[in-house]
Design a protein around this ligand. Structure first.
Ligand code: BTN
Length: 255
């Protein structure tokens, strides 16, 4: 039986997320299972393989069948807009779930990536329309190096590569939905304001040289509206709302 089978995962789910729980052997994209559907808040779609998995900015999200956690969650925030900062809340939940289940330190690469050991282990795609948000999460769980794309903007890894052993995707999913449910409830009440410490602690970019939207400088904190602070070389401070980060060199470490 698959470690994502409903018979394995459903008895472990205690909250609102995962009802209904839709597991398939193959689908085009778990996002499309939930988008424009009548499913209630909390519906979750997972699959063993996507034939048309998508990432951000129109990129393809490829997978090795039955090795990744490919998951979408349908949320109905009832007007708790704007939605963009929600991807940071989801990122925190993914990072916490990875730490809990795999014992690996996980950090956020603003705005949508989760890194382990400086490599991308998970990506998040938020698709919103008509008051409904479908959050897509792809976590590299049991891929070997050969299963991962070689040419990516951020080098990729999996929990198995970083942790040196395979992991149960069902347990990673249950941890993710548990971590997400609590944070989502907090976000609907106070936005990102209650997440400042956690965002600081998990911000992989702090102190790094970054370029985005024509700005180059040193990344600082993530503001409570979700924007990334960048201190430019001339001392000016800019706040960036969205975009693709280009990373410069790692800061030199003190001996
Ligand atoms: C990114 O880093 O570009 C985001 C990747 C999001 C991938 C997930 S896998 C489950 C869900 N279904 C999709 O087609 N995409 C998301």
């Amino acid at each position: 039986m698959s470690d994502l089978a409903a018979a394995r995962v459903r008895p472990l789910l205690r909250g609102l997320l995962g009802e209904p729980y839709l597991h398939s052997v193959e689908t085009a994209s778990t996002q499309d299972v939930l988008r424009e559907s009548a499913f209630p808040h909390g519906a979750v779609a997972v699959t063993e393989h996507q034939t048309a998995g998508r990432g951000r900015s129109g990129r393809e999200w490829a997978d090795a069948p039955s090795k990744a956690l490919l998951c979408s969650v349908l949320l109905r925030p009832n007007g708790a807009a704007p939605y963009a900062p929600l991807s940071l809340v989801v990122g925190l939940a993914v990072a916490a779930a990875i730490e809990r289940e795999a014992g690996l330190e996980a950090l956020l690469k603003w705005p949508n990536d989760v890194l382990v050991g400086g490599r991308k282990v998970a990506g998040i795609l938020l698709e919103a329309s008509g008051g409904v948000v479908v959050v897509g999460i792809g976590i590299n769980v049991n891929q070997d190096t050969d299963d991962l794309p070689a040419q990516t903007r951020t080098p990729a890894t999996s929990l198995a590569i970083a942790g040196g052993r395979p992991f149960d995707r069902g347990l990673v999913l249950v941890a993710l939905l548990t971590e997400l449910e609590r944070r989502y409830a907090e976000w609907t009440i106070g936005g990102l304001s209650g997440f400042a410490n956690e965002l600081d602690r998990r911000n992989a970019l702090i102190g790094r040289t970054v370029s985005i939207s024509g700005h180059t400088g040193t990344a600082g904190a993530i503001a409570t509206d979700g924007r990334l602070t960048i201190v430019l070389d001339n001392g000016d401070v800019v706040l960036v709302a969205s975009g693709e980060i280009e990373l410069g060199d790692e800061p030199a470490r003190q001996a």
